[in-house]
Design a protein around this ligand. Structure first.
Ligand code: MIC
Ligand code: SF4
Length: 642
């Protein structure tokens, strides 16, 4: 039987387990990336491992999230990241050099390699034929130390593309179409491989847009073949030597095949507050727009920006719309400037922001009260923009520009003449903002500079055989990491200060939660399905752990979050009978007995103090049980479990 492309890369990197879907496997990791908002914690964790130099082929530390520097906190973190990277053998991409996923695609990604990144959109690298995963910071730290990366062997989905996109219909619309078909839970437990004749019509940046948004499907990752288009992209970046052709076998077997005819797609739009709330843009054409933001790791390539500039050329942004444009990297911005396209963007009245995540993570440019904001980003979760009642819609750059000019949501296909954008034969390569690490012989004595905002790592408790804890919070379905541990300009600078961060835990759902959890001592959270979707931020596990949470019982979990819970020493359980979710109330005093035996048997009994008991599934590998019993992955690795 033939293999899928992902199965081939997994087979070449498999160090533990066999490739039976649903079983635990471990992979050798070739490359890692971190960004600053998760990276500070990841390097603090790496330092505690006592390993003198990273053991990967390549590790890169990017600074792209926390670039505002409203006080000393972010600047201190940047300095910490720069010095820790130099000492331990990590490339350092300076603030302003661009968004990690865009720069990694341009300068470092290699077909056939494995990559993990402390950011959930790391699968963007799948646009180049990499097997790239988002992971918690601690998993990235372990991989930097040479440890393997553990995942559940996924099922294989294929999206078979035929036809060609019509003018003004884009890769973003392909992503939104798949979200419409599969929903934010539809990719859970699967790798999505893109194939079929339509693949040859998509450039690497367009493929990157699509693999980037595979994250919103809950997929383990997404991947495109490495073909002639990939070779040309790498050659244009001066990296043809990194090219290898890669494809699935013709007789590869997939668990599910979804057909999409590119030529039938229309411009789509995801309505508030979920990326799968998708309708045709044309159906919302009377909705007045207050703000439009173009950029993010989904849509900030040179190709996207050239189209934006061509559409804005000679036009003026509607007076009631505020338009921001954030190019994805210094390379993109420089090339826009050199060819004059930047002037076309500026002349339209747009505000050009730094090459960084910016508004995508609520780092400025929040919408006005109740404002309608059209964004080319990947997430529109409640409150993420920084304005609690902001109405955020996700769109392609083309729909964004058409709407910014009209002042209303506008289907760009109504604009007539197709866009003519020519891509350069070669990208302008200047890596001056990527600082190489110190040579190994100078690294030992090099100082690592830490600011006062870096606080001690919270300590987790090992499990004993009984847990008595209060049900301190009960929440519904699709709780995102933005609900659990919000980001944004006011909070993000405190990612290495867990005590301060804890004041904002679950702020969107219940601002009284932190105080209540602390007062309760040991606590339990109950959630619905897809609990923890979204970001890879391990803070969404570390902060609840700091507040005393020992266990989360949900109908189902998102992949990265459940791994982060286990790494933090929090027991994740699922309801054996989902109806039991309705039978327990916030405030109940829960008791779980015989934890050690129950973990081995995969079932635990929970009683709620009023005589009601229910069964919970505890689907853990031997290694995961070891981590929980040790009180988290850091303790486990210290005890020799790496
Ligand atoms: C996001 O898009 O939510 C983030 C901010 O990039 C996160 C990482 C973080 O929380 O720092 C992600 O996607 O993993
Ligand atoms: Fe940055 Fe937004 Fe991409 Fe996250 S999704 S990495 S915040 S641009």
């Amino acid at each position: 039987m033939g293999k899928t492309l992902a199965q081939k890369i997994i087979a070449a990197h498999l160090v533990v387990g066999d490739m039976t879907p649903g079983s635990e496997i471990a992979l050798k990791i070739d490359q890692t990336l971190t960004q600053d908002a998760t990276g500070t914690m990841a390097y603090l964790e790496f330092e505690t491992m006592g390993i003198p130099r990273v053991r990967t082929e390549l590790s890169v530390a990017y600074v792209d999230h926390n670039t505002l520097q409203c006080g000393f906190e972010n600047s201190d973190d940047h300095r910490y990241l720069q010095t820790v990277a130099a000492k331990y053998g990590v490339q350092f991409s300076r603030p302003g050099n661009g968004i990690c996923h865009q720069v990694h695609l341009e300068r470092f990604g290699k077909p056939g390699k494995t990559l993990i990144g402390s950011d959930s959109h790391t699968p963007t690298g799948g646009g180049l034929g990499m097997l790239a995963f988002g992971a918690g910071g601690l998993d990235v730290a372990v991989a930097m130390g040479g440890g393997a990366y553990y995942i559940t062997m996924p099922r294989m989905f294929k999206v078979n593309l035929t036809g060609k996109l019509a003018p003004y219909v884009t890769a973003k619309d392909v992503s939104l179409e798949l979200l419409r078909i599969l929903s934010v839970k539809g990719g859970v437990g699967a790798i999505i491989e893109w194939g079929g004749p339509g693949v040859a019509t998509l450039s690497v940046p367009e493929r990157g847009t699509i693999t980037n948004m595979g994250t919103e499907l809950g997929a383990t990752t997404s991947i495109f073949p490495s073909d002639e288009i990939t070779r040309r992209f790498l050659a244009a970046q001066g990296r043809e030597a990194d090219y290898v052709p890669l494809a699935s076998d013709p007789d590869a077997v997939y668990d599910r095949v979804i057909d999409i005819d590119l030529s039938t797609l229309k411009p789509l739009i995801a309505c508030p507050h979920s990326p799968d709330n998708v309708v045709e843009a044309a159906s919302l054409q009377n909705v007045k727009v207050d703000q439009v933001c173009i950029g993010s790791c989904t849509n900030s390539s040179l190709y996207d920006m050239l189209k934006v500039a061509a559409m804005l050329k000679g036009k003026t942004v509607h007076p009631s719309v505020s338009l921001s444009v954030s190019p994805g990297s210094r390379q993109v911005l420089t090339m826009l400037a050199d060819c004059g396209a930047l002037s076309d963007i500026l002349a339209s009245g747009a505000r050009v922001l730094e090459c960084a995540c910016g508004p995508c993570i609520g780092m400025g440019f929040s919408p006005n009260s109740g404002g309608v904001s059209l964004r080319t980003f990947n997430r529109n979760f409640l409150g993420r923009s920084g304005t609690k009642d902001g109405q955020v819609y996700l769109v392609s750059p083309e729909t964004a520009v058409a709407s910014a000019l009209a002042g209303f949501i506008t289907d760009p296909t109504t604009l007539g003449e197709p866009l003519q954008v020519t891509m350069p034969e070669r990208f302008l390569v200047n890596d001056s903002a990527i600082l190489p690490p110190l040579p190994a012989d100078q690294a030992a004595d090099a100082p690592v500079l830490r600011g006062p905002n870096i606080k001690e790592f919270p300590k987790s408790k090992p499990f004993t055989d009984t847990l008595s804890a209060e049900l301190v919070l009960k929440v519904g379905d699709n709780i995102t990491t933005d609900h659990i541990m919000p980001a944004g300009a006011k909070i993000l600078p405190y990612r290495s200060n867990i005590p301060y961060l804890s004041k904002f835990c679950f702020e969107v759902c219940d601002p009284a939660f932190p105080e209540r959890a602390k007062a309760a001592g040991d606590g339990v959270i109950v959630g619905g399905s897809n609990y923890g979707q979204g970001s890879s931020r391990e803070h969404a596990a570390l902060v609840p752990m700091y507040l005393g949470i020992r266990c989360v019982i949900a109908k189902s979990f998102a992949r990265i979050h459940v791994a982060n819970l286990i790494n933090a020493g929090i027991l994740p359980l699922t309801f054996e009978n989902p109806d039991d979710y309705d039978r327990i109330e916030q405030g109940a005093k829960l008791t779980i007995d015989h934890i050690i035996r129950g973990m081995e048997e995969g079932r635990l009994t929970v009683s709620d103090g009023s005589g009601f008991t229910f069964r919970a599934v505890c689907d853990l590998s031997q290694r995961q049980r070891g981590i929980l019993l040790a009180g988290g992955l850091l303790n486990y690795t210290r005890e020799g479990g790496l």
